[in-house]
Ligand binder design. Structure first.
Ligand SMILES: NC(=O)c1ccc[n+]([C@@H]2O[C@H](COP(=O)([O-])OP(=O)(O)OC[C@H]3O[C@@H](n4cnc5c(N)ncnc54)[C@H](OP(=O)(O)O)[C@@H]3O)[C@@H](O)[C@H]2O)c1
Length: 249
């Protein structure tokens, strides 16, 4: 963890469990003022008295605007926002349910867009700030079981690439966090072996370090991210051969 973190006030969504929770705990321990959001007020309360709990559902745009008002009135301007609220369910190709796909897109993608729309005007007005969101290495290329989840994460990577240049001209940084497999309630449902599985506190540490370093993309574990990026560049016959061998077996 870098000694002097460059933020006074940070807002984290998806903060009640998993990676988001660990990020909140590590930032608060480093003396940063943190606002933590998720739907479960009870779990947010468990983060401790020095964290501002701001329960919300990211799919409700008006509640994200209310949250920004509350956070800035209590803690001052947000220097960094990490949008991590997300959900995952594996897809069975023989029972494709459009409602599951819509739910994941609404939470993972529109949830970020709602929070971004609520916060970005405050930052552009001041000409400073940093907004980041958690996509996934699953957004690099289509992977088995991830037919509903992967497209939401590909969309989030594309969103960050699309927004970065124009926000930068207004003094606001956009970045994207792409974790591999991390041990959290989200991955507990996976019944397959997860390569390079990482603990949530380690993922949080790498996230904070990466964001402080100023990179556009914070991806970890590095080797796993590099393998998947390389796979994405392969011609499709080779790509699908690799998926068959490495994942479906
Ligand atoms: N674990 C991994 O291997 C992995 C890998 C790559 C990317 N990611 C991404 O990292 C992020 C965090 O995942 P995690 O693994 O830490 O999972 P997690 O422990 O299940 O955390 C998900 C968080 O999102 C919140 N959330 C879900 N729906 C919400 C909604 N509608 N409104 C507000 N908050 C909502 C949950 O809290 P409530 O239920 O209290 O609302 C929880 O705090 C997700 O975006 C996930 O896709 C995870």
């Amino acid at each position: 963890m870098p000694e002097n973190l460059p933020w006074r006030t940070v807002w984290v969504t998806g903060a009640s469990t998993g990676i988001g929770r660990e990020i909140v705990l590590q930032l608060a321990a480093a003396g940063v003022k943190v606002a933590a959001s998720a739907r479960s007020a009870e779990r947010l309360a468990g983060l401790g008295g020095n964290v501002l709990a701001v329960p919300l559902d990211v799919t409700d745009a008006s509640s994200t605007r209310t949250a920004v008002d509350l956070i800035e009135s209590k803690l001052g301007p947000v220097d960094l926002a990490i949008f991590g609220a997300g959900t995952y369910a594996p897809v069975d190709v023989n029972s494709i349910n459009p409602a599951d796909f819509a739910h994941m897109m609404t939470t993972n993608y529109m949830g970020v867009v709602n929070c971004l729309a609520a916060l970005a005007p405050r930052m552009t007005e001041q000409g400073r700030g940093h907004i980041s969101w958690i996509a996934s290495v699953a957004g690099y290329a289509g992977l088995p079981k991830a037919a509903a989840y992967g497209p939401t994460k590909a969309a989030l990577i594309n969103l960050a690439e699309s927004l970065y240049p124009e926000f930068r001209r207004q003094g606001v940084r956009i970045s994207v966090i792409n974790p591999g497999f991390v041990e959290t309630p989200l991955t507990a449902q996976n019944d397959f072996e997860m390569p390079f599985l990482m603990k949530a506190d380690e993922a949080a540490r790498r996230t904070i370090e990466g964001l402080a370093s100023g990179r556009f993309e914070v991806a970890y574990p590095r080797r796993f991210a590099a393998i998947l990026k390389f796979a994405r560049l392969l011609p499709y016959p080779l790509f699908f051969k690799l998926i068959d061998k490495a994942i479906l077996k």
